[in-house]
Design a protein around this ligand. Structure first.
Ligand code: CA
Length: 378
């Protein structure tokens, strides 16, 4: 999965070792007193390499499996596939079915996957009475990929009703083509489009670069390396992005709900708060709200959600995230875009691939071994 430059097999082994060795937080990590024992991980069921999920119709949670299937999770467990594009994608490198999203009305469903050529593809289906209508399928957006890694792939609708699409820098290592800072490519960006406003989509008129002939109109934010998972705070509308680092620094990026877009998160001049390979900090660099290094807390950040459910009062308003190589669930407490506390929830979900927010705003955790957990009160 979200590995960086070496082979999946090697990294997989490293990550497995790391996840075994690093299940406890390092002694110097700030842990709020009384914050351990807040949550329990309830194992619900097992999927085949789950990568992503979305709140679905009728209280379900739809789970994407990397090889190309989508299955609904309900009280009875994981149902039969409601969609299967497994003959259109592969799971080599960091490819596969990487993201799914519903619009607010549950009338359209979107999938984000790499096709057989490795091209990042976002397709749309109409949904009627909670059922995908296969004959309504159309391709919304594509982006060719120079390498098999750093595809990003997460998709979600923002509070503004527009579809946001995360794309990595194209891959290899160290951003060899300089895509992160190049506004003439969609790679290394967070995009914002209106899939219903045109064919195949419309550009929201207030996108930050619509008046810049040298920049792609779809771009909302840039300077991202592999924004594997991002989300909007269901309470405030703030944007939070987990951007996977290259060698040294994992980071969480942030923007307020009233942002006009155009944030430059720095890659590949910067990795976290640090110049990358002699890079120069851009004048407009928006530094991460949180970063951590590789000395004990992991190697590949998995962005999550601000908890807005009802079941775990102590968790309300805290951003829950993890790391693929570590698996400990951690939280950030934030005020006005500043982190005021970092906590270790004292539970570990293994190789954490993704978080999912249900319609009731409760959170689920997907692990690479297939486990699907729900966060419950301890
Ligand atoms: Ca950055």
């Amino acid at each position: 999965m979200k590995v960086r430059t070496r082979s999946s097999a090697i990294i997989g082994t490293l990550c497995l070792v790391a996840s075994l060795a690093l299940t406890t937080a390092s002694a110097d990590e700030p842990v709020s007193p009384g914050r351990t024992g807040t949550v329990a991980l309830t194992a619900l069921t097992t999927a085949q390499s789950p990568t992503a999920g979305a709140a679905g119709p009728d209280g379900t949670v739809w789970i994407a499996e990397r090889a190309g299937t989508v299955r609904p999770l309900n009280d009875q467990g994981l149902g039969q596939p409601v969609l299967d594009v497994s003959d259109e994608t592969t799971t080599d490198g960091e490819r596969g079915l990487l993201g799914i999203a519903f619009d607010k009305e549950f009338t359209h469903f979107y999938i984000s996957f790499t096709n057989l050529e490795g091209t990042s593809t976002v397709d749309e289906f109409a949904v009627q009475d909670g059922t995908i209508q296969p004959d309504t399928r159309r391709t919304v957006l594509t982006q060719t990929q120079p390498y098999s890694n750093h595809n990003g792939g997460d998709i979600t609708f923002g509070p503004d009703g527009y579809l946001y699409i995360a794309l990595g820098d194209g891959g290899s290592g160290g951003d060899p083509h300089g895509n992160g800072q190049n506004l003439d490519t969609l790679l290394g960006k967070l995009l914002r489009i209106d899939p219903k406003g045109g064919e195949p989509y419309a550009i929201p008129p207030d996108n930050p670069f619509v008046d810049d002939p040298n920049a792609k109109d779809e771009i909302w934010a840039y300077g991202l390396r592999n924004p594997w998972r991002f989300s909007f705070d269901a309470g405030t509308g703030d944007l939070l992005i987990g951007d996977v680092g290259q060698s040294d620094w994992e980071e969480i990026d942030w923007a307020p709900a009233d942002s006009d877009g155009g944030e430059n998160y720095g890659w590949s001049q910067m990795e976290g708060n640090h110049p990358f390979r002699g890079g120069t900090e851009p004048a407009n660099h928006v530094p991460p709200v949180h970063e951590y290094d590789r000395t004990g807390l992991g190697c590949s950040v998995t962005g999550g959600y601000v908890y807005r459910g009802d079941e775990i009062p102590d968790l309300k308003g805290r951003y829950v995230f993890s790391d693929y190589c570590d698996g400990t669930l951690r939280t950030l407490q934030m005020e006005s875009g500043k982190v005021t506390g970092v906590s270790d929830l004292g539970v570990n979900a293994g190789e954490v691939v993704s978080f999912v927010q249900g319609g009731d705003k409760e959170l689920y955790v997907l692990a690479s071994n297939g486990s699907i957990f729900r966060l419950d009160p301890a």
